[in-house]
Design a protein around this ligand. Structure first.
Ligand SMILES: C[S@@+](CC[C@H](N)C(=O)[O-])C[C@H]1O[C@@H](n2cnc3c(N)ncnc32)[C@H](O)[C@@H]1O
Length: 285
């Protein structure tokens, strides 16, 4: 009988501290309060024009209105990502790399009727997301795993599409795209929404460093994405700069009770041009 030694999910001290952040930040009110609006839990930011009338009207319900509006913009961001996955059929399988509390995966299954696997290095988040899938009676099709997206343990060539929604700043891009190239079928699609640093303005700005420090992440420069994609047979078909579309979300969030203090570095970084909010769409060749 042969036995194989499984590598641990958390392989480095950095990954342990990222997991620790997501395991212990479970009481951070922003994401839970927004998720409670319709039971779709996101850990990403929003895009689109906010309805600023939420700032007016009765003071005692002002916060509720702002929260519902922020949540609407976050779901709009996930919808935009899903719009770019290509013609997904119910028999296809998708991967949500760094799936958080599972909101985007649930939306993908609802839209395409297909199977979705989500992986996260936060055991707490995986449990939370699986409970959501069970509650919605889609646990047979939407599954979350306590796994590392750099070593997903999913079958080679099994994925028609993969996305990462604000997760690539936690990993080495060459390692990530090597794994995604293995998992995607020929002609399969990869969609990434991420914040990245602007190579043109030079090395990391103070605001970008503050964001890194706040989230225990390592924001990559824009160039690193295209290099790593090309090196791993992932060919961009669409690159959309969402920076202007996300600024109004941050301005609204800064006015709400769920503001965490990180709004100001984001707004400064976007407005000074040292940071972009990008969607990159690529095909596996
Ligand atoms: C900002 S959250 C985004 C969550 C989700 N994509 C969303 O849009 O709601 C970052 C996520 O990346 C996950 N993550 C970070 N490094 C990872 C890795 N190496 N493998 C799998 N997940 C990872 C974290 O556990 C967390 O769930």
């Amino acid at each position: 009988m042969t036995s194989t030694i499984e590598s641990p999910v958390l392989r480095t001290n950095f990954e342990k501290s990222v997991a620790e952040y997501w395991n212990t930040n479970r009481i951070d009110p922003v994401n839970l309060r927004l998720g409670e609006v319709d039971d779709l839990y996101h850990h990403h930011y929003g895009v689109g024009e906010p309805d600023l009338s939420v700032l007016e009207g009765p003071a005692d319900t002002r916060d509720e209105r702002i929260i519902a509006e922020l949540h609407r913009l976050e779901s709009a961001q996930a919808d935009l990502l899903l719009d770019h996955l290509g013609p997904i059929q119910p028999h296809h399988k998708l991967l949500d790399g760094g799936s958080g509390r599972g909101g985007t995966s649930i939306m993908a299954n609802r839209r395409f009727g297909c199977e979705v696997d989500g992986v996260s290095i936060s055991e707490y988040q995986v449990g939370f997301a699986n409970e959501q899938a069970a509650k919605r009676k889609v646990a047979d099709k939407v599954r979350f795993h306590f796994r590392n997206m750099l070593e997903s343990k999913l079958e080679t060539g099994s994925r028609q599409a993969i996305w990462t929604n604000e997760t690539t700043m936690y990993v080495d891009l060459q390692d990530l795209y090597r794994e995604f190239a293995r998992l995607l079928t020929f002609g399969g699609r990869y969609v990434c929404i991420t914040g990245c640093a602007n190579d043109v303005t030079g090395l990391r700005s103070k605001s970008v460093s503050r964001i890194n420090e706040h989230y225990t992440c390592d924001i990559h420069p824009r160039s690193a994405y295209f290099r790593a994609l090309a090196d791993n047979g992932l060919v961009p078909i669409n690159v959309i700069d969402l920076t202007a579309a996300t600024i109004p979300y941050w301005e609204l969030r800064a006015k709400s009770s769920v503001a965490t203090g990180i709004e100001e570095p984001f707004l400064t970084a976007y407005k000074e041009g040292s940071f972009h909010y990008l969607m990159i769409v690529a095909d596996r060749i």
